[in-house]
Design a protein around this ligand. Sequence first.
Ligand SMILES: Cc1ncc(COP(=O)(O)O)c(C=O)c1O
Length: 458
Amino acid sequence: MSAHVIREMNFEDKVSGSARAYEQAKSVIPGGVTANIKHFAPHPIVMDRASGSQLIDIDGNEYIDYLLCYGALILGHGHPRVKEAVYKQMEQCGSFVFGAPHNLEYQMAQKLVDLFPGMDQIRFTNSGLEATLLSIRLAEAYTGKHKVAKFEGHYHGGYDQMLVSINPDLNGAGEPTSPNSVAESSGMSDYYLEHTVVLPFNDLEATEKILRAKQDEISAVILEPVQGGFISADESFIKGLRQITSELGIILIFDEVKTGFRLTVGGAQSLYGVEPDLTALGKVLGGGFPVGALGGKIEIMDLMSPEKGQDILTSGGNQQATDRALFHSGTYNGHPTVLAAGLATIEVLEDPLTMKGLLQQTELLRNELENLYHRHSITMQTIGMGSIFNIVFTDEKVKNYRDLSKADLDFRKRIDYELLDLGIYTKPGNRYSISTVHSEADIKATIDAHQQAIKRLK
Ligand SMILES: Cc1ncc(COP(=O)(O)O)c(C=O)c1O
């Protein structure tokens, strides 16, 4: 039996409780997971508790967490300021939710308007997905056009119109400068492929050509200003895109669900100095609770003001859709507990020293990782912005999905499986997010673990 197999068996022994829990879950939950992204082979690790930068699984194994709930937990697990705000809010509120307006909604909306240059008004949702979904309805209503353009490799939530060309097989993905629309799920109607135009990220010339050709049909361009949180838009690209979309009467939507608070408080739009028409937020905004928000220009956002017309639930059914306000709703939108957690999180981040420290720690980790791999003569780079980065095994410049797919993804996953055994947690292949509570000791332990992983694979 090879040493590799023995090691795998050891790790399987260590996480045998997870394996059993997973089998149990599979009988009542499809694939044993409540979101497909949480799955990895042979089975995900089932967590029991967490604190600061640390996760502990149901077998008692400890991990330094770099997934951080896909980036949401910028202050780490169970930050005392967030806990205090949540307990206090529940105590004062006397309930968990009102189902009516309350003051925290105004406070958070005002905070976001102050922080994000592209926001005049805000609506809250329960997820990032709902925020981007709402942005598309608004863009279509505002422009009267019914196609949406997105970039290859960009993720905006798992609904039909945006489940297109996120991780397409290159055999069917078309030319790099004119990508095909490729479905990412079964069960999607062709309608969505026909109404979703796919663009090449960081290629302004090709993007402009497609947008000009379809300007009468495209209502909006939506993008992650930093693809996947780690491939940044070139400044000239994002500024050029702003110019072209304005000229062609196309709404520009920044999906800042990942980047809203992880580059700087105020998102990529503050850093680039580019104002989108609409911005979607999520993740960090909820301080660990389910949240999303859409903000944008008043003339677009105002389309959903109920003062514009009755809503579908009270109109008595005798009004034309065109006379109605754009419909947006959600039982738990603007949930007080969530907003209290989010506001506490933003307050911690607004201390300039906190953000500075976070960015310095990220930089330190990236530098140490690069030094380590290069000492072992392994071709590798870290790419990213702010407090998110990824480890890619290529020395080519990575500017979009096609470039990324040329990196050695298999080696990356093998390293990540070794790291799980060594107490470093990220979903294999995923990006790294850092929190304000990752310490120098965590970073040192992470570098040591990488060193051991490299040795094992050699
Ligand atoms: C850029 C981006 N947009 C939208 C979403 C969807 O957000 P949620 O998972 O809260 O629905 C995500 C989630 O990872 C995301 O990264």
